[in-house]
Design a protein around this ligand. Structure first.
Ligand code: CP
Length: 330
């Protein structure tokens, strides 16, 4: 199974094949069993060094990559920009080279600008370092590990014993909110459609540009639909993913008010009545309570998968680190 894994870097999900998604899901399923056991640890990456280069704040992603690396017995270094030599003018590449000289094998990179993980990966390849790069969220571009943990969380609901992409054939998944600024939406629309789901994006016109309608999906993928009203996206939906309003990325006045946004696009128990019975709700976090989702719904353990997403994140990130750390160089 793992022998067919060939990627040296995980930078985005645009060109992933269904088989690759299934390799990640199967590997994560194995690690989830490890995490449920007594020892919770395997020696798979013993001797390897995983370096978290987070130039932008994070709670979930940074901590779960750190825990995932430790569960695989890797050594972990964490870079904090505020207390680093970046403040003295050191460049990002020189920062990466410094950690390379200390023996890093895998860089996990988050940056507020799209393309930084790609840049570091291309420099690591050019220098023939053998270092692997994992994008932990770059600007408005992509957040592949979040897209994969969301896929794992969803598939685990439909097929708990064998979460695989097959279970998404013909399923309707609504993705609601600030699509414009969301790297999570951009990763999810590729992974979910490649897995065979029909993805329905919904948001106000200022936060859901028409260009999303023109994306070209791979043959055999599920369909992508855009809605500028909530109801058509929710009708008959099997899963609803709501996204954070990214106020820190909004440079223009894109919304009249947060109250009006909640009125038209906030997800509540009442709004879910048009969905499939048993519908579940996801949110990548962090959440603006009472804006994109009601506080009551967020805390409803029968419907909200938000905590499951966080738990799935550790197993998925173990799988990604393991696959990169053990890939045979071509
Ligand atoms: N979902 C997500 O990326 O959360 P953090 O910003 O806390 O890592």
């Amino acid at each position: 199974m793992v022998a067919s894994w060939t990627r040296n870097h995980i930078l985005d999900l645009t060109d992933w094949r269904g088989e690759e998604l299934d390799i990640v899901l199967q590997t994560a399923t194995t690690f989830q069993q490890v995490l449920k056991g007594q020892t919770k640890k395997v020696p798979a990456l013993q001797g390897q060094v995983v370096t978290n280069l987070f130039f932008e704040p994070s709670t979930r992603t940074r901590s779960s990559f750190e825990l995932a690396a430790k569960r695989l017995s890797a050594d972990v270094m964490n870079f904090a920009p505020g207390s680093s030599s970046l403040t003295k003018g050191e460049t990002i590449l020189d920062t990466a080279k410094t950690y390379l000289a200390m023996g890093s094998d895998i860089f996990v990179i988050r940056h507020q600008q799209a393309g930084v993980p790609h840049f570091i990966a291309s420099q690591m390849d050019r220098l023939q370092t053998g270092v692997k790069v994992l994008n932990a969220g770059d600007g408005q571009h992509e957040h592949p590990s979040q897209g994969l943990l969301d896929l794992f969380t969803i598939c685990s609901q439909f097929a708990p014993d064998n979460p695989a992409i097959q279970c998404l054939q013909g399923k309707k998944i609504a993705v609601v909110g600030d699509i414009l600024h969301s790297r999570v939406a951009r990763s999810n629309l590729w992974s979910l459609t490649t897995a065979g789901a029909d993805v329905h994006l919904a948001g106000p016109p200022t936060l859901l540009p028409k260009e999303f309608q023109q994306l070209t999906l791979a043959p055999g993928s599920g369909k992508l639909h855009c809605h500028w009203q909530l109801q058509p996206a929710l009708e008959g939906a099997d899963m609803v993913m709501t996204l954070r309003l990214q106020k820190e990325r909004m440079t223009a006045h894109l919304l009249p008010s947060l109250r009006e946004y909640h009125h038209y696009f906030g997800i509540t128990h009442n709004r879910l009545k048009v969905c499939q019975p048993g519908v579940k709700v996801l949110h990548p976090g962090p959440v603006n309570r009472g804006v994109e989702i009601s506080s009551e719904l967020m805390d409803d353990p029968e419907i909200s998968l938000i905590q499951d997403q966080v738990t799935s994140g550790v197993a998925i990130r173990m799988a990604l680190l393991y696959l990169l750390g053990t890939v045979q160089e071509g």
